[in-house]
Design a protein around this ligand. Structure first.
Ligand code: FES
Length: 117
């Protein structure tokens, strides 16, 4: 359990809000919430996790090729490195829905798998 500070992340167009705890990246908190944001290297070097963001974030150490200063000014970040500094709103670059893995479906799958052993 994390008792530190947290911020809300509102994901559009899914219209889902989840919490991001202190020092957690957007990607980490999304994955923990069961939301599959696109990602690759998770080290700020490939650009696969680039998303739109409204609100202040710490961009973290990222490749200037994968995220230019102009992109930062225009509301983009790399979710594997960006840490919210306030409640924020995010969306995928193409505006599509992010895939959500429901925990109840996940656990149901696990139970089915176990009974098949
Ligand atoms: S996953 Fe590669 S830059 Fe974020």
């Amino acid at each position: 359990m994390n008792n530190g500070r947290s911020f809300k992340i509102h994901l559009l167009p899914n219209d889902i809000t989840f919490l991001c705890y202190e020092k957690q990246t957007i990607l980490e908190s999304a994955l923990k919430a069961g939301i599959e944001l696109p990602h690759g290297c998770t080290k700020g070097g490939c650009g696969v996790c680039k998303i739109r963001v409204k609100g202040r974030v710490d961009f973290g150490r990222v490749s200037k090729v994968m995220l230019t200063d102009q992109e930062k000014e225009n509301g983009f970040c790399l979710s594997c490195r960006a840490i919210p500094l306030e409640d924020i709103e995010i969306s995928l670059i193409d505006g599509s829905h992010a895939k959500v893995v429901r925990y109840d479906e996940f656990y149901s799958f696990l139970l089915k798998t176990r009974t098949n052993l």
